[in-house]
Design a binder for this molecule. Structure first.
Ligand code: ATP
Ligand code: MG
Ligand code: FE
Length: 345
């Protein structure tokens, strides 16, 4: 089963080739046009996808072909676009203009090559990114998905049975990082910079509000307000407060976010009895979260899993692996498939 997968939900244009559940290539074009605006500008994202999608898909096919040609003893004929068995695309959720570019590209290709289409839900793909490389979690597993737009705890009973058992009622964890970073005067996206400064700081230096939210749900909007009021008060006493305390501020913000996340994850393990625990999404690149997950897992006897960095942020490899399971399940989309900014699972 040879799949070409396309991801274009936000500001990354990506294409990947997956053969029998193995990822052969995963190309990602990051869009830099948004940096000076402090956030993703939808219209610019769509335009950049238009420019990137053909070369990115072409690069993914060529890289896969090169890998196949190198494989010892394979004796495989040259691999090209014609050898693809299905074309997968991200259908939802995401920016509608961005999704449209990927969907239309996939549909055109399917029509031209006379191959079936597979529609993939982006958040399910973030979860199933954990199935790309060894060691893989056995089912059932829990996945804490922490990205720029979502924060969810998912119970995965099988590739076809994924249930959201908790989620944020306001901001996502990635937004909590980025908005706090903005208050600290850091450029967008601030998450990776907070991570960097936090390494040199004391996580207990300052205390920020932790919300009390029922069940397995999260809230991060209060943290942003807490950071804002704290900084306003301190800046009145010392206008250089932030510059003097950047590492401690970042470490304390990061510590608070990780605490909120891990408390609910522990609760989810307790309630479900499932001890295979994964993380996914861009925020799972955070070194503090990775360490905290490993330590908590060790303490509580969990098996923990974190995808490689390139499979944590937006990428087509996760779309491809999800599509592989859908192919096995005969779950194909029709040529009238259309994207959706939001969608139920
Ligand atoms: P979604 O998948 O919900 O539609 P998205 O795909 O835009 O959103 P990702 O690309 O998965 O989100 O993740 C981006 C987020 O991850 C940003 O908020 C960014 O700041 C955050 N992030 C990336 N690296 C780190 C890090 N090392 N520490 C903290 N946050 C990080
Ligand atoms: Mg992104
Ligand atoms: Fe994403």
């Amino acid at each position: 089963i040879r799949i070409l997968a396309i991801e274009s939900s936000c500001d990354e244009t990506s294409a990947a080739v997956c053969i029998n559940g193995k990822i052969l290539s995963n190309f990602i074009a990051n869009q830099t046009v948004h940096e000076k605006y402090g956030g993703v500008v939808p219209e610019l994202a769509s335009r950049a996808h238009m420019q990137n999608i053909v070369p990115v898909a072409d690069a993914a096919i060529k890289a896969a072909a090169a890998k196949i040609a190198q494989a010892p003893g394979v004796g495989h004929p040259a691999f090209s676009l014609q050898d693809i068995d299905a074309i997968a695309f991200t259908q939802s959720p995401g920016l509608i203009g961005s999704l449209l570019v990927g969907v239309q590209f996939a549909k055109s290709l399917a029509l031209a090559l006379d191959k079936p289409l597979i529609a993939v839900h982006h958040m399910q793909a973030h979860v199933l990114a954990n199935l790309i490389a060894e060691p893989k979690p056995d089912f059932p597993f829990l996945c804490l998905t922490v990205s720029g737009g979502h924060t969810q705890i998912v119970l995965a009973n099988s590739p076809y049975d994924l249930k959201v058992i908790g989620e944020t009622i306001d901001d996502a964890a990635g937004e909590a990082f980025d908005k706090s970073a903005k208050l600290l005067g850091l450029p967008y996206p601030g998450g990776p910079l907070v991570d960097k400064y936090a390494k040199e700081g004391n996580p207990l230096a300052f205390k920020f509000a932790e919300p009390q939210i029922p069940e397995l749900n999260f809230s991060f909007s209060g943290l942003k307000t807490s950071v804002l009021y704290f900084l306003q008060a301190r800046k009145k006493e010392d206008e250089h407060f932030i510059e003097k305390h950047m590492p401690d501020l970042c470490a304390s913000v990061q510590y608070t976010i990780i605490n909120i996340l891990l408390k609910k994850l522990k609760k989810a393990v307790k309630e479900t009895g499932v001890k295979n625990v994964c993380i996914a999404g861009g925020v799972s690149a955070n070194s503090g979260l990775r360490t905290a997950l490993a330590e908590t897992g060790k303490k509580h006897g969990w098996q923990t899993f974190i995808p490689a960095f390139e499979y944590c942020t937006d990428n087509a490899a996760m779309i491809a692996i999800t599509a592989y399971y859908k192919f096995l399940n005969n779950d194909f989309a029709s040529l009238d498939a259309s994207p959706a900014a939001r969608a139920e699972w």
